[in-house]
Design a protein around this ligand. Sequence first.
Ligand code: SME
Length: 161
Amino acid sequence: MSFSFPALSGSPTERYADLASYAKALVDGEPDRIANAANLAALVKALVPDLNWVGFYFFDGAELVVGPFQGLPACIRIPLDRGVCGAAARTRTTQRIDDVHAVPDHIACDGATNSELVVPLIRDGELIGVFDLDSERPGRFSDDDQRGLEAVAAVFIDSLA
Ligand code: SME
């Protein structure tokens, strides 16, 4: 099996609609969370510009543990009371941070990161983990980016067995 995903073009809405349909095609018929997280991280890193880290943390019942990602090696375990990822998991709301250096308990995995978006992954009311994206560009994530990347997170959640 091979996949071909043309570069995204058009308005942000058009680009993220195409990204969501590529994401659905990539996980179609596959319920394995490691496989789908790995492929979705690779898809987003390849097609969405200006990202230095894209990946998943999974909740193990106590804390977040790093899962499939694209980027530099990252912090392995994040307690729910720490960092931007912990805040997303604890509050179950997307965290969009224009300047991570302004967040006192931000956990710097890649020192080049300046902005971050973290989407909580909730399935049937249960915390599965978070989808985390970092950028070297301050203020990288707009409303369109947030909506589009939340849609990719929803594709991941819907794919799970
Ligand atoms: N910056 C995150 C930690 C994860 S890394 O960005 C991959 C945080 O503050 O939770």
